[in-house]
Ligand binder design. Sequence first.
Ligand SMILES: *Cc1c(COP(=O)(O)O)cnc(C)c1O
Length: 371
Amino acid sequence: MSVPFLDVRVTDPATRAQIDRVIGDLISTASYIGGKEVQTFAEEFGAYCGGGKCVTLANGTDALILALKALGIGAGDEVITVPFTFIATTEAITHVGATIRFVDIHPKTYTMDVEQLKRAITPKTKAILPVHLFGQPADMDSILEIANQHRLFVVEDAAQAHGAEYKGKRVGTLGNIACFSFYPTKNLGAMGDGGAVVSNNTELLAKVARLADHGRADRYYHTVEGFNSRLDTFQAAILRIKLATLDQSNERRRKIAEAYNNALRQQSFIKPPFVASTSKHVFHLYCVESSHRDALLQYLQDRQIGCGVYYPIPLHLQPAYARLGLKRGDFPVSETLSERILALPMYPDLSDHDLQTVCEALKAFSPAVLH
Ligand SMILES: *Cc1c(COP(=O)(O)O)cnc(C)c1O
């Protein structure tokens, strides 16, 4: 690839040296599980997310599962979310024993459509699980207002939105609890798996922490059956180093997005992403829409420019959810978008030269021409 879709290598020599040093120290002291790095990262990340408290976990999927479990959600309960997201969002609902209720996304923001949310609430609904998709916060004021009216919990899937802001407030403490992933490609990425929940509710966080540690109240005293879900020490140390430059890398992502937006000004076949005036977007992905998506994909691939489809099949049409009995036509916005959407190269280390290459290619695209 002349311009890769993604590059998660550490290119800054100073950052690399810092990581080498801290991992070397941890190996020297045989510090593999827990310890100061994990505790300090939790404090730093909670503070970063609007001054909340944080419990670190093994991955983002566990964050969703343990958040729902700590809220007491289980069999007989319904959780409302969107079909246009990664399957981890809905796996968590199923794994706590609850039932998935889908509502479509808004065609502009790609986040939960609040008008449909109102109509999907039943007496069994216990929680709303909005996804801050691609780095843009969901319409949280409307969601929180509906949640308050119906006494529902709000669990934020913030796996793609570290540092994103809604009306000047960082995601993480907008709802009851927020779930983060530190998978290497995420805006704050580890060098392996990692996850966390953030909240202002310390009682709720204590429940998550206990569930994540075998239900322990003491070393061999277990008040409930829990799980083993730990962020390991190496990953915590790496995340602390990367958190220090997260704002800078999100700013670079916004700069790249701006360059793409400019390139698309005169391009009538490709629609740039919509950013709500309430959002500070962090562009986990920069996704365009085109009615000539497959031609555009082929065109970019022919030019050695990496791109990807997120997501090609909405969750309600996945074989894994055949049991829900949903069909094509049930969530038309998600279905149409899955045929139109295309993600362009987006990562802080994308060079100006490569960015220019992609911009020039975008400007020159025409579906009428055989490439
Ligand atoms: C990545 C992601 C997750 C899951 O995180 P893992 O750390 O991979 O378990 C959940 N939800 C969304 C929207 C994601 O993008």
